[in-house]
Structure formats: structure tokens, C-alpha cells
Design a protein around this ligand. Structure first.
Ligand code: SF4
Length: 279
């Protein structure tokens, strides 16, 4: 069996930065809390938990210590409330996500209706929505949902940073026909776009692709969908234990890729398992 990896695997700079800030904070301050997960990867979440970070659902659960704002960002009112409660706030929101929040704030102040291409329930999108100060905000994840939108006079379109480029372009093309004035901001993260391109290339060169990452990771899901759309055998796993080795016998060329929150070591373990178990 030959195994192929894309040029870039492992954490993106936004994830590396969030982890570094958080680990430093754990060292300097024992009481560190987080709303939700720092990033969407179970191995990283478990590792942080073992180092002492506590996950909370509501600010009322804590009275002191540091509140970490996850890399996906947060509702600004939550950050304001945490400061009011005299908590130390460490904001690890990725700069790319902050940029989307800023664009959306400015659009809504200029009376544009905001359309976000992405998933409404994702923490990043919830944080972006919270930055709309005036008017309505719509979230659409595909062309069918975009079709259902009413005619809108003045629209600003942004994307969730992990959105699929083709899906975004397709939706934008349809939406421009339904508006009088439309401002488009392709806010898909540059690193996500590169990962999608590299995954496409990889998928075309192999018989099967293993996509590694958290089952709750949006960008990993996008890579899975991308491979499936290219009709290559696609397997989505979080860890090597999920690999059913019987499935891989007889396959000569396998590609392994991962999301931007997938640790390199997890990919390496999967590669080694394939190489040492299959012969
Ligand atoms: S994938 Fe892009 S937007 Fe998301 S954390 Fe990494 S650098 Fe930031």
C-alpha cells in the first residue's frame, strides 16, 4: 500500500495561536474556564481538560479566574458581561473570524441586510450573528435555502470561514439576481481554501481517502463532502481505533488528510496503523 499525505497537515495558525495562549494561561493562572470547546477536536479538548481547564455553559457558574474565548469567537455581549463580572478575559478568537465579525458590524451599521453562508448552529456563525446591530440577518447553507429568501434591496454576503468555496460562489451567483445592491465578501479562510484545493488534488490521485478530524469539526466535514463529491471512497475518522482494517485490504493507493484542528500526530498514527497492519 502507498500512502499519500497533502503538503500541509496539522493545526492552522489560528488553532496554534489559541492553544498557545490557553496553555500559557493555564500555567500562570490555575482557574481557567471556557465556554464550549477551544477548538473542535476531542483529543485536544481532553488534553486541555486534563491540564485543568474547566468547561462551563454559563457565566453564572464562575466568580473568578480567567474566561477563555474560543477560537470560533463569541457573542460580544458575553465578553462584556464577563468583564463586568471582573473576570480576566483571554480572547483567542482567530483573526480571520474577527474580520468576519467586523465586516458584518459595519454592514449592519450601513443598513445592509446581512446574509451568512454557513451553518446557523455553529458557534462561529452565532458569534457573527451577534455582531449584527441593525436589521435582519439570514443564514443559508445551500442554494435551496438561498432560493427561499425574499427579494432584498441592500445586501451584504459573507461566508463562515470554513465554508466550501464552490458552494459559496454558487449561492452568491443566485443571490445577486435577487437583490438590487449586493456587496460580497468571500471571508472563507485562506488556509481552508488551500486545504480544500490540496484535498481535491489528493482525492484525484488515490483510490480512497481517509479524512481525520473531530466529528464536530465543520472544516473536516467540508473535506469529507468534497471527497465524496469526487466519488472517491471516503472514510471519516476521529482516531485510529475507528479504522476498520478489513476495509483497506487490497487498496493500493490511500490518501490521508485532516482538518485544521486535527493534530498531526493523529494522522501519523493512522498512517502507521495502515502501514504496519496491512501487507
Ligand atoms: S481555519 Fe482559518 S479561520 Fe479557522 S482557526 Fe484556522 S486560521 Fe482561523
Amino acid at each position: 500500500m502507498q500512502i499519500f499525505l497533502p503538503e500541509k497537515i496539522g493545526f492552522c495558525f489560528g488553532v496554534k495561536r489559541a492553544l498557545k495562549l490557553t496553555l500559557n494561561e493555564i500555567k500562570r493562572n490555575g482557574k481557567v474556564y471556557i465556554l464550549g470547546d477551544l477548538i473542535h477536536n476531542p483529543q485536544v479538548t481532553e488534553n486541555l481538560r486534563r491540564r485543568g481547564i474547566k468547561s462551563i455553559e454559563d457565566l453564572s457558574q464562575i466568580r473568578e479566574g480567567t474566561l477563555i474565548i474560543r477560537s470560533h469567537g463569541e457573542d460580544p455581549s458575553v465578553i462584556k458581561e464577563a468583564r463586568k463580572r471582573k473576570l480576566r478575559v483571554l480572547d483567542t478568537t482567530c483573526p480571520y473570524v474577527l474580520r468576519v465579525q467586523k465586516i458584518v458590524r459595519s454592514l449592519s451599521q450601513k443598513s445592509y441586510q446581512v446574509i451568512i453562508v454557513g451553518t446557523a448552529t455553529h458557534p462561529e456563525v452565532k458569534g457573527v450573528i451577534a455582531n449584527v446591530t441593525k436589521g435582519r440577518v439570514y443564514v443559508v447553507k445551500n442554494s435551496q435555502e438561498a432560493e427561499k429568501l425574499p427579494f432584498l434591496k441592500k445586501v451584504g454576503i459573507v461566508a463562515q470561514t470554513t465554508e466550501n468555496v464552490e458552494n459559496f460562489n454558487h449561492i452568491v451567483k443566485n443571490l445577486t439576481k435577487k437583490t438590487r445592491e449586493c456587496r460580497i465578501f468571500n471571508t472563507i479562510c485562506r488556509i481552508i481554501r488551500e486545504r480544500q484545493e490540496e484535498t481535491k488534488k489528493l482525492a484525484r490521485e488515490v483510490e480512497a481517502v481517509i479524512v481525520v478530524g473531530g466529528h464536530n469539526s465543520s472544516n473536516t466535514h467540508q473535506l469529507v463532502k468534497l471527497c465524496q463529491s469526487l466519488e472517491v471512497k471516503t472514510c471519516f475518522v476521529e482516531k485510529e481505533e475507528e479504522l476498520n482494517m478489513k476495509e483497506w485490504k487490497g487498496i493500493k493507493r490511500v490518501g490521508i488528510t485532516g482538518g485544521t484542528s486535527t493534530p498531526k500526530e493523529v494522522i501519523e498514527k493512522i498512517k502507521n496503523k495502515l502501514l504496519t497492519t496491512i501487507y
